[in-house]
Design a protein around this ligand. Structure first.
Ligand SMILES: C[S@@+](CC[C@H](N)C(=O)[O-])C[C@H]1O[C@@H](n2cnc3c(N)ncnc32)[C@H](O)[C@@H]1O
Length: 374
């Protein structure tokens, strides 16, 4: 055992011994005030314990079209059973499970409608796309220790998906999943863009280059919020070329430049005031991530800025999203890791940026932001 005793380690060991005692648990559940803390902790542990089952209720609700049926509600269980092709009893079981997660609500006896969470999810194709996509991670996590022991040396369901999508390194074996994957990213981009636009003021007449910008959903939204800003999109040739026409139609061809290229091989285009990097850095291990940051730094003149937005690790209140979700997701994907704002800032400074600033977002579970100054 590692020997570094301190007041803190002694306190943690003592606390853990108390928490593990069944006598303590018995009394904690019965003493006023402490009992509510104990109940919350027990519920939290239970949610961790069975979270995989909750996820599958979400998946069944999305896959079956249940949410769309409830949106037209109130509807009866027989109607639902008929439409989603399961028995009456199975429909009741699913509806009650969905009700427990606030996806469904029984407004009157056998009159089913969307619950509050259900209304949000039904209106959100991005989260629905993520729910469908997660069957790959679910497959990879069936034996988590086997996944960890393989040490990213063998393909996984997620790594195959991402390399066929060509989304990580511009893999040659790009397949038809590229389109599927681009739609997945675009569908979830709306929320990320809203977070960034709500938190950061772009220069009204500036020039913005989105590196790894996919089909341009982020630029579409920034372009709508800032009608004067000039827009550049840098992505792999298949992606940037496919984006040119539809994106130009939406934002105006005259203010758009598409730059096809590979950010590990080609120079990031110069002449922009701001470069954005949205949901890119966490996909890459430290060495390529540093190479990308250096490439961006080299493209910026003094006064230029890099705006980085992605879900990060160690954000107070949403720690599980960073390390328990993205940590395992990116492990299974075979590339990248979630980083804390401090780690990202240190990498930015090592890449030659003079200083960095974190920008608070309203929903860090969706994205956090850091600005680096050239
Ligand atoms: C995770 S997606 C993020 C897309 C977009 N920024 C978003 O948040 O929706 C990664 C993007 O980086 C692009 N990309 C991956 N490797 C690249 C490379 N080597 N050079 C240029 N673009 C690359 C992919 O084509 C894809 O559009």
């Amino acid at each position: 055992m590692m020997e570094k005793p301190s007041l803190k380690t002694r306190w943690i060991a003592r606390r853990n011994a108390v928490f593990a005692s069944s006598r303590f648990q018995y009394w904690a559940a019965r003493i006023p005030f402490i009992s509510s803390v104990a109940r919350n902790r027990a519920t939290q542990m239970f949610d961790h314990l069975v979270g995989f089952s909750y996820s599958q209720v979400l998946r069944a609700s999305v896959d079956s079209g249940l949410l769309d049926l409830l949106a037209d509600g109130p509807v009866g269980a027989d109607h639902i059973a008929d439409r989603i092709d399961i028995s009456h009893d199975a429909a009741i079981r699913l509806l009650r499970a969905a009700r427990a997660l606030d996806l469904a609500e029984e407004a009157f006896e056998d009159g089913w409608m969307l619950g509050q969470q259900g209304a949000v999810l039904q209106a959100d194709p991005g989260t629905q796309a993520m729910i469908r996509h997660h069957h790959l991670l679910y497959e990879d996590l069936a034996d988590p220790m086997a996944l960890l022991r393989r040490d990213r040396k063998e393909p996984t369901a997620l790594s195959r998906y991402w390399s066929y999508a060509g989304a990580l390194h511009g893999a040659a074996e790009r397949g038809e999943e590229t389109q599927d994957y681009s739609e997945l990213m675009a569908a979830s981009q709306r929320f990320v863009a809203d977070e960034v636009i709500g938190a950061f003021s772009f220069p009204k007449n500036g020039r913005l280059l989105d590196v790894g910008g996919g089909h341009g959903e982020f630029l579409r939204r920034v372009g709508a919020a800032y009608p004067e800003i000039e827009l550049g999109l840098f992505d792999l040739p298949e992606v940037a070329n496919a984006a040119r026409e539809p994106l130009g139609r939406d934002v105006g061809q005259a203010r758009l430049t598409c730059h096809p290229g590979n950010f590990f091989e080609d120079q990031v285009p110069q002449g922009y005031d701001i470069v954005s990097l949205v949901r890119i850095l966490h996909d890459h291990d430290d060495e390529p991530a540093m190479a990308l940051l250096r490439n961006i730094r080299a493209s910026l003149a003094p006064g230029g800025r890099l705006l980085l937005a992605e879900p990060m690790a160690g954000i107070p209140g949403v720690e599980p999203m960073g390390d328990a979700f993205f940590g395992l997701y990116l492990w299974a994907m075979g590339s990248g890791r979630p980083r804390t704002p401090r780690e990202i800032s240190e990498m930015m400074q090592a890449a030659g940026f003079t200083r960095t600033r974190t920008v608070a977002t309203a929903q860090p579970v969706i994205a956090s932001c850091i600005v680096a100054f050239a």
